[in-house]
Design a protein around this ligand. Structure first.
Ligand SMILES: Cc1ncc(COP(=O)(O)O)c(C=O)c1O
Length: 456
């Protein structure tokens, strides 16, 4: 029998998250205060986040215990399965072995609940009653809505207008889990009203929705803000994915030569590759390739600059050193491929800067072609985001066919595409076009970067 799935028993689910900050060859650049440019303090962040998450943000402890209450909820869908894409391998006629760890089986359909549950838990423990957040395609908003439902918290979601209009089903999911979801820009915040006055049809952006959620929180009591990607604690919570995969790859008697994953803000892919990169940093697996895949329409790592920038349009968030396209970035509405945030997680940016990981940008029509090939061989209809990984994994497998090498490729598959069928429809009916973000726009945006002494 040829095995195609590796199951981890629930009793073997990892009980600790892995913190890469313990093993970085150089520490991360510090986070700066948005108004003063000085080092941010835990007290500066306390209006937004619970203290446990602030501690995790800066911790250098290698292992962080997953609270029992969080583990119990994880066990409603975890461990997720490690698959081998044997039918795709055969279709490509490649000697490569293609594995994928599938996070689409969570109730919300993606990896996002791994951190949503943890964040809701820590907020509940600190006595918070309400959480506000932003969402792009709706995956994060629906995961947090579910997390808040489990812990009896109110949830308010500012959803990027373009997605709010295109994806009513994600809004309905959020409402079913008890959250309130409004399109961003909204008239409910000053930053939203200002934008609507300038541009009534503004399609919105993640950076703008973040500004609205942060403003909402600082103008309400008992409320905190929650971010679904980018920050160190979010990446930390996602490492449950890679820690499970390590055990499952051992069961499959395999070790990845190449790991591919998509990066929006960086959380799902970091969750997979951080537990492996420690073998590269330690010198045990120096040849392992780790490839971050981004959208050509939002090429933060491949075309952006490494500099301090705000996480939002309104300049309310702390300054992070990261690859950025500028915090004013508004993605083109013709882009259906997901992955639309202007900045990249500081951990991923730092690892890229240190030359430990690679990055590639891919156009959306090639992404959907790969998603369709995967659907027609493996049966799974992928979200546009992980279809980016599929495109690059397929390219690597074809390279193996040409060179005759039997490499092991591991794909971080972040979620299903059951609510993305309109984008598949647009592709199948020939309406989807490619769009490469112009260098000129990047140069213009750089003029708006905040001035801080260490900015490059
Ligand atoms: C299914 C899926 N994959 C990937 C992403 C990109 O986010 P991140 O880079 O934080 O994993 C998203 C964002 O919403 C998503 O919904």
């Amino acid at each position: 029998m040829e095995r195609s799935m590796w199951f981890l028993d629930q009793k073997d689910m990892p009980t600790q998250w892995y913190n890469i900050q313990a093993d970085l060859p150089e520490p991360l650049p510090p986070v700066l205060h948005p108004a003063t440019g000085k080092l941010v303090t835990p007290q500066d962040l306390a209006p937004l986040f619970p203290m446990e998450l602030i501690k995790q943000e800066v911790s250098t402890e290698r292992w962080v215990e997953i609270p029992e209450e969080v583990q119990e909820i994880y066990r409603t869908w975890r461990p997720t399965v490690l698959h081998r894409a044997r039918r795709l391998e055969r279709a490509l006629d490649t000697p490569a072995k293609i594995f994928f760890k599938y996070e689409g089986t969570s109730q919300a359909g993606s990896h996002k609940p791994n951190t949503a549950i943890a964040q809701a838990y820590y907020n509940k423990m600190e006595g918070i009653k309400r959480i506000a957040t932003e969402t792009g395609a709706g995956q994060w908003g629906s995961a947090l809505a579910m997390g808040c439902a489990f812990f009896g918290l109110e949830c308010k979601v500012y959803m990027v207008r373009a997605s709010y209009d295109q994806k009513p089903y994600r809004r309905i999911l959020m409402e079913t889990w008890g959250a309130k979801c409004v399109p961003s820009p909204s008239p409910e915040t000053k930053v939203g009203r200002d934008m609507l006055a300038k541009w009534p049809d503004c399609p919105g952006s993640l950076g703008l929705a973040i500004s609205e959620a942060v403003e909402d929180v600082v103008t309400h009591g008992d409320a905190h803000y929650s971010l679904g990607s980018v920050l160190n604690h979010v990446l930390l919570h996602q490492t449950i994915i890679g820690e499970e995969t390590r055990k499952q790859m051992e069961m499959a008697d395999a070790y990845p030569d190449i790991i591919v994953g998509c990066i929006g803000g960086g959380s799902n892919f970091a969750g997979q590759f951080l537990p492996w990169i420690r073998d590269k940093i330690s010198g045990k697996k120096p040849e392992m390739r780790i490839i971050c895949v981004e959208a050509e329409a939002c090429p933060h790592v491949t075309k952006g600059v490494y500099a301090y920038d705000f996480g939002d349009v309104g300049g309310l968030t702390p300054l992070l050193k990261m690859y950025t396209l500028g915090h004013g970035f508004i993605p083109p509405p013709i882009h259906a491929g997901g992955l639309r945030y202007h900045g990249m997680a500081p951990i991923i940016s730092h690892l890229r800067r240190l030359g430990l990981i690679e990055a590639q940008a891919v156009p959306q029509t090639a992404v959907f072609a790969a998603g369709i090939q995967f659907a027609r061989t493996e049966g799974i209809i992928s979200a546009p985001e992980p279809s980016h990984d599929l495109k690059v994994a397929i390219d690597e497998a074809i390279r193996c066919r040409e060179s005759g090498e039997a490499k092991t490729i591991l794909i971080a598959h972040s979620g299903h595409g059951h609510f993305d069928l309109a984008a598949y429809d647009a592709y199948l009916s020939g309406k989807l076009v490619d769009y490469a973000y112009p260098e000129e726009e990047v140069r213009k945006a750089m003029l708006e970067l905040p001035k801080v002494p260490t900015s490059e």
